[in-house]
Design a protein around this ligand. Structure first.
Ligand code: AHR
Length: 570
C-alpha cells in the first residue's frame, strides 16, 4: 500500500458504513471514491456535546506592546479609537465575535494591584510591572470593562494570589459586582449602598460589571508563587471559602492547572482540594500549553525562517493538545471518583493560554516584548487546536489564545498607526459556525505523516516546564472536527501535508448531503504572512466546485490548508 492510499478495506472494516458503501459498488460514486486518498465519516448519531462559545476566547496582558499601543492608544491619540481603545482592535475582536477576554495577565496578574488602575488617570501611580517594564496604570479595570463591552465579550479576570491577601480578591469581586443603589442588609439594619459600588460609580460606572469568571492566580507552579500543588490547593481554598455573591448564579472560579502535560500537578491538586470535605467552588481548571518553535528549547525557533522538517515537527507537537486535554480530564475524573470528592461539581477544562511561541527575531521592535510574526504554519496550528477543542466539547468549558495582539500567537499586529491581522485571525473567523453547535464524532482516515524530527523528546510545556514527553513520531494526515446546528453541518479540516492534496470522500452517516459551500485558507508557501506593507497577503477564499453526488461529497483539500465547509443535509 502506498503512503498515499489508506487501506480502504481496513477503513470500511472498522466502520459500520461498510454495508452502505459496498452497496454503492457499480454506482457512479465508485469511480470517484476509488480516487480518494482520504475519508471523512461524520456521525450525527454520536453527539459529543454543545460547543461552548467560550472556547474561542482571547487574552491580553500588560506585556510589551499588548496593552499600550496594541489595545490602548489613549483618548487624545490620532489613531482611531473609542474612548482610548484602538478601534481596529475592537473591530477585529468583534469580527471574531470574541466571547471572553482574559486580563490583566498572565504572570503580570500576580503582582498587580487592581486599585492602582482606578480613578483619574493623571493621578494613577506608576509601578514596576512583571515583564521588566514600568506600568503607568493608564489602562485599568474600567478601561478593560469598556473594552469588553465595546467588543461584546465577557470579562475574565485573573486575580492576584501571590502578592495580595484574599481580602483584595473578594473586594475586587465586590467592586465589580455589587449592585448600584441600596442593598438590603439582610439584618435588622436598614438597606444601604455598598461602599465599593459607590466608589465604582464615582469612577464612572454606576452599573455593576457583573464579572462571573475569575481565575484564582496564574501559573502558581511558576511565576505565580513557585508553589507545590498542595500549597496552591490551600491558597485556593482560602481565597474561595467565602466571596460575596450578588447574582443567582454562582461565580465561576478557575483554579491554576498544569504546566502543559504535567499530570502530577493535576492529580495532586485535586487530591489536596478534595482532601477537605467542604464543597469547592471550582468551575474550571486552567491549562497552559504552548508549542515552542523548537523541540529542544522553550520559546525558541524562528517564526518566519523554518524548514519543512520544523514545519511538520511544530504541528506534531501542537497536536499534543489532544493528549493534554484527555490526560487532565482523566486525572480530574479519577479524583472525582474518589470517595472524598463525592458530590463535588464536575469541573471543566479552561485552556486559557495556548499558541506557538518562537524565539526573538521577528518582534515589531525591542520594546514589543514577545511580539512575533505569524505565518500559514500558525494558521494550521490554530485550526488543529480549535478542532481539538471542538472534538472535546464535553471537556472544555473555555479557552483563550495567547495573546490577541502583539504577543505570541496573535490575531493582530499593531504599531502606532500601522495595523494588520494575521492568518490566525482568519482561522478564528472561519471556525465561527461551530460556536454553540452540537459537536458530533467524525472519523478522519488518511495516511499519517512521519514526523521528521520525531526522535526528539518534547517539553512538557509552559514557560517554566518540568520534564519531557516521549517523542511523537507521526502527524495526522488530515484532521478536523464536525458540528451540527439544525440541518447545517460544519466541517473544518486541516491538511498539513506540504505537497499532497488530499482527495477526500465525505460521508454523513444516516444522512445525505444536499449542498455544500466553503472557505479555504491556503498559500503556495507556508511562510506566507501579513505585515504592515502587505496586510492582505494571506486571506481566505471561497471553495469552488462542491457538488455532492448521491448524498456524498468528494473534495480535494489543498496542501497546507485550513478549510471550513458548510454542508446542508437533505
Ligand atoms: O503569555 C505570556 C506568559 O506565558 C504569561 O504571562 C504566563 O502566564 C505564561 O507563562
Amino acid at each position: 500500500m502506498s503512503e498515499d492510499q489508506p487501506s480502504r478495506r481496513s477503513f470500511l472494516k472498522s466502520s459500520s458504513l461498510a454495508a452502505a458503501a459496498i452497496s454503492l459498488q457499480g454506482s457512479s460514486l465508485l469511480a470517484q471514491s476509488t480516487q480518494a486518498n482520504a475519508y471523512i465519516d461524520v456521525m450525527p448519531g454520536e453527539p459529543i456535546a454543545t460547543i461552548s462559545p467560550e472556547i474561542y476566547g482571547h487574552f491580553i496582558e500588560h506585556l510589551g506592546g499588548v496593552i499600550y499601543d496594541g489595545v490602548w492608544v489613549g483618548e487624545g491619540s490620532k489613531i482611531a479609537n473609542v474612548n482610548g481603545i484602538r478601534k481596529d482592535f475592537i473591530d477585529t475582536m468583534k469580527a471574531v465575535e470574541a466571547p471572553v477576554l482574559r486580563w490583566p495577565g498572565g504572570c503580570f496578574a500576580d503582582s498587580y494591584d487592581w486599585h492602582d488602575g482606578l480613578g483619574a488617570r493623571a493621578k494613577r501611580p506608576s509601578r514596576a510591572g512583571f515583564w521588566k517594564q514600568e506600568e503607568s496604570n493608564q489602562y485599568g479595570l474600567h478601561e478593560f470593562m469598556h473594552t469588553c463591552s465595546a467588543i461584546g465579550a465577557k470579562p475574565y479576570l485573573a486575580a492576584n494570589l501571590r502578592t495580595q491577601p484574599a481580602r483584595d480578591f473578594y473586594q475586587e469581586i465586590e467592586y465589580c459586582n455589587a449592585p448600584a443603589g441600596d442593598l438590603p442588609s439582610n439584618s435588622a439594619a436598614p438597606a444601604h449602598l455598598n461602599a465599593l459600588a459607590a466608589e465604582r460609580a464615582a469612577n464612572g460606572d454606576r452599573e455593576p460589571f457583573n464579572v462571573d469568571l475569575w481565575g484564582v492566580g496564574n501559573e502558581s507552579w511558576g511565576c505565580g508563587g513557585n508553589m507545590t500543588p498542595e500549597e496552591y490547593a490551600a491558597e485556593f481554598r482560602r481565597f474561595t471559602a467565602w466571596t460575596p455573591s450578588y447574582g443567582k448564579d454562582p461565580l465561576r472560579f478557575v483554579a491554576v492547572g498544569p504546566n502543559g502535560d504535567d499530570i502530577d500537578w493535576t492529580t495532586r491538586l485535586f487530591k489536596a482540594l478534595y482532601g477537605n470535605p467542604e464543597g469547592r467552588h471550582l468551575w474550571g481548571l486552567s491549562i497552559h500549553y504552548y508549542t515552542s518553535g523548537s523541540p529542544k528549547k522553550f520559546a525558541a525557533g524562528d517564526a518566519l525562517a523554518f524548514t519543512d522538517d520544523e514545519f511538520y515537527d511544530l504541528l506534531t507537537r501542537g497536536s499534543l493538545m489532544d493528549k493534554v486535554v484527555t490526560d487532565h480530564w482523566t486525572a480530574m475524573s479519577n479524583a472525582a471518583s474518589n470517595a472524598l470528592s463525592k458530590g463535588q461539581p464536575s469541573v471543566k477544562l479552561v485552556v486559557d493560554e495556548w499558541g506557538a511561541w518562537y524565539g526573538k527575531g521577528t518582534e515589531l521592535a525591542p520594546e514589543y516584548n514577545l511580539s512575533q510574526q505569524s505565518t500559514m504554519r500558525d494558521a494550521l496550528l490554530t485550526g488543529i487546536t480549535l478542532d481539538i477543542f471542538q472534538r472535546h466539547a464535553d471537556k472544555i468549558g473555555a479557552a483563550a489564545v495567547a495573546q490577541s495582539i502583539n504577543c505570541i500567537h496573535s490575531l493582530m499586529l499593531a504599531q502606532g498607526d500601522k495595523f494588520c491581522v494575521t492568518p490566525t485571525f482568519h482561522v478564528f473567523k472561519m471556525y465561527l459556525p461551530h460556536k454553540g453547535a452540537q459537536s458530533v464524532r467524525a472519523a478522519f482516515t488518511a495516511p499519517a505523516i512521519p514526523n521528521p524530527m520525531g526522535d526528539i523528546p518534547s517539553q512538557v510545556g509552559g514557560s517554566s516546564y518540568i520534564g519531557q514527553l516521549a517523542p511523537i513520531k507521526t502527524l495526522a494526515g488530515l484532521s478536523g472536527s464536525a458540528s451540527i446546528k439544525g440541518k447545517t453541518l460544519t466541517l473544518t479540516v486541516v491538511n498539513p501535508h506540504l505537497t499532497k492534496p488530499m482527495t477526500t470522500e465525505i460521508a454523513v452517516r444516516g444522512a445525505s448531503i444536499a449542498s455544500a459551500r466553503g472557505t479555504v485558507l491556503v498559500e503556495k508557501d507556508v511562510h506566507a504572512h501579513n505585515d504592515f506593507s502587505h496586510p492582505d497577503a494571506v486571506k481566505p477564499s471561497a471553495v469552488t466546485s462542491l457538488s455532492p453526488t448521491t448524498g456524498k461529497l468528494m473534495h480535494t483539500f489543498p496542501p497546507a490548508s485550513v478549510t471550513s465547509l458548510e454542508i446542508k443535509l437533505a
